[in-house]
Design a protein around this ligand. Sequence first.
Ligand code: MG
Ligand code: ZN
Length: 224
Amino acid sequence: MKVKVVTRILEANERIASNNKKLFKEKGIFVINLMSGPGAGKTSLLVRTIELLKPRFRVGVIEGDITGTEDAERIQSTGVPVVQINTGGACHLDANMIEEVLPELPLDELDILFIENVGNLVCPAEFNVGEDIKVMLLSVTEGEDKPLKYPLMFQQSSVLIINKIDLLPYLDLNMEKLKERAKALNRDLHIFEISCKTSEGLQDWINYITESNAKKSIEIQTVG
Ligand code: MG
Ligand code: ZN
């Protein structure tokens, strides 16, 4: 019985996610679903990413948290439109939550939308919200065993960003093993090693977004 209920929930979510996706395509918005465990640095990454994208792109953000508005306020300080979702206990965002807040964003004036998911390495990977890509952020402090413990997250993501590499001298992380294990789960995974603190590696990530956004624009123009 329980399995059937879960299947039905995921099917209903898929329907709404594909509606969201259609709307994003109509509006020409490239959408990134950013996922990580708590404290990996999603909001810091977003603030740095927005600073670097802002001269060329119109960026918007949907912030997902169980409670509170601290992260949304940090994003707001960059000057881009942001809307906060408080899930009230739910440990992931779903397509319905995204659909509900879309009227609060100036969709006609956006090129790129970031959706910061709730900090959790498990179920955010199960719920599509209509995004173009899922991006997973992992801090070097989390260790090289994460691909073994949370495989779905690595399988569903197009990109793995390994953050806080400025801390590497103080840790025993086996970076090669981490990347090897991630790639074993997902051969197409793009991996970026970055530090939001020193800016190392950030430009490669920005280039990736820029290229992916351009690819989507070309696809939209070619198809219709
Ligand atoms: Mg956050
Ligand atoms: Zn959840």
